[in-house]
Design a protein around this ligand. Structure first.
Ligand code: HEM
Length: 437
């Protein structure tokens, strides 16, 4: 059997980030699967068709998530490995191992009451808005949408607020190119943060995700707890940032949404549904590997060859509009993937994004973009649909003014006691942190 792979189309670099739909149009000429390169020399097939994407995602008997045989073919310093190499966590395992890890994450998130989550989002939002509210201008990506999930995770995992700048700084450093000194330092800082978090919770459990991960009946080892913490923070950060910022960019550039800021027709949730369908925060991912040589929707694929799913292409037609076959109520898109590895935190993530947008626009009700949406720049990378910046201005607000402000209206911070630095260190080393590609 021969497996001919035509010249792959690059998904890294500025062309794809600037106009993904032009690239999808080219890819669709190959049929439901197209050859791509996710980094120089690293090729994959990308599924661009909605039906084929569902067939793959819902067939774990044919398609495995475990990347170990594939990753053994790559050089150790390959820049996609931090995002894609095997770890003992939900994302990179199949069958019973996957179900065990995933149950820890889903069961623990289900213990967070939605109204308390909303309060914690408001608290995180207010902390961030205070930093720029008096200036009248902000970058809604770097000063709001990117740090917000981390300030929130810091609290949900049980750390006091004064720890969150460390988490924000560490993950911001990882947006530097992989392998750079700054990225390596950021990786080490993130590891140190997670080790301190776990040490603290070993000594004193709290009402938080880390403690629930540790005490879950699945009985994770300490190393496995650390890996699920790292996965949850890493898997939750980038897409939540993009869901908030992509939605805000639509709301602030479309008068139908803009009027909602002063009581109009379309809501933040409409913008979020619009983004999930036509600009999903994760554009391409769901790395899968066939367990044997297979012919799939007309293409022969080797066992253990990398196949990715383009949620973005599968959701949209060549002109970038939601595909006809997709319902308009937000129900049938693939932004959360599908099948056993679909996002386990969909409902909390929707609540987080909605509450973050509503909190921002309620405090800064005349927000407007300073750069038109069609001139905004998008961060290169094969996996995400991510704005690099979202510059905006508004009428400044100050701590001493009357009425509800981010200084007066904040919910109480979580009741976790301050972290002691002298608690015993766990007898294991932290995994290296996944880095954005
Ligand atoms: C609180 C925020 C979030 C957390 C903690 C979170 C967590 C996770 C975890 C742990 C997984 C791996 C599940 C598994 O393999 O069984 C996952 C998968 C996924 N999540 Fe989320 N997520 C969050 C927000 C989002 C958002 C906002 C989106 C996009 C709309 C998203 C899209 C996805 C997708 C597409 C997958 C499948 C990834 C793959 O297999 O390649 N997630 N998420």
């Amino acid at each position: 059997m021969t497996h001919y792979m035509p010249d792959p189309v690059p998904l890294y670099g500025p062309d794809y980030a600037a106009d993904p739909h032009a690239v999808y149009a080219k890819l669709r000429q190959y049929g439901p699967l197209a050859p791509v390169e996710i980094s120089p020399g690293v090729s994959a097939y990308l599924v661009t068709d909605h039906r084929a994407a569902l067939d793959l995602l819902q067939d774990p008997a044919t398609w495995a998530k475990d990347p170990r045989l594939w990753q053994a073919t790559l050089p150790e310093d390959c820049p996609v490995l931090p995002m894609m190499k095997w770890r003992p966590n939900a994302l990179f395992n199949d069958g019973d191992a996957h179900a065990r890890y995933r149950s820890v994450i889903t069961d623990s998130f289900s213990l967070i009451e939605p109204h308390l989550l909303r309060q914690q989002v408001a608290h995180a939002a207010d902390l961030l808005i205070r930093e720029f509210a008096a200036t009248g201008e902000t970058d809604l990506v770097t000063q709001y949408a990117r740090p917000l999930p981390l300030v929130l995770f810091n609290a949900l995992f049980g750390m006091p607020d004064h720890y969150s700048p460390r988490l924000v700084a560490a993950l911001a450093g990882m947006f530097e190119s992989t392998g750079s000194e700054k990225a390596n330092n950021a990786d080490a800082d993130f590891e140190q943060y997670v080790m301190e978090l776990v040490s603290l919770k070993q000594g004193q459990r709290g009402h938080d995700l880390t403690s629930w991960f540790m005490d879950h009946p699945a009985g994770l080892s300490l190393e496995e707890v650390i890996h699920q913490v790292v996965l949850t923070m890493a898997a939750g950060h980038e897409p939540t940032t993009n869901l908030i910022s992509n939605s805000l960019s639509r709301m602030l550039s479309n008068p139908d949404y803009y009027s909602t800021l002063s009581g109009g027709a379309l809501t933040a949730r409409d913008a979020i549904n619009d983004v999930l369908r036509s600009e999903p925060p994760m554009a391409n991912y769901s790395a899968h590997f066939p367990r044997r040589n297979v012919r799939f929707h007309g293409t022969w694929i080797h066992a253990n060859q990398l196949v990715l799913v383009s949620y973005h292409a599968a959701n949209t037609t060549p002109d970038g509009l939601p595909a006809d076959s997709i319902r308009t109520d937000g129900g049938a898109h693939l932004a959360w993937a599908a099948g056993p590895h679909a996002c386990p935190v969909k409902q909390p993530a929707l609540l987080i994004a909605t509450a973050a947008i509503e909190r921002l626009t309620s405090h800064l009700c005349d927000l407007e973009l300073t750069v038109p949406r069609d001139q905004l720049s998008w961060r290169p990378g094969p996996f995400h649909r991510a704005l690099a910046h979202l510059p905006a201005r508004f009428t400044p607000i100050t701590p001493d003014q009357a009425g509800v402000t981010p200084w007066t209206s904040s919910s109480p911070s979580p009741s976790t006691p301050p972290a002691a630095t002298s608690t015993p260190k766990p007898n294991t080393s932290a995994p290296s942190a996944p880095q954005p590609a």
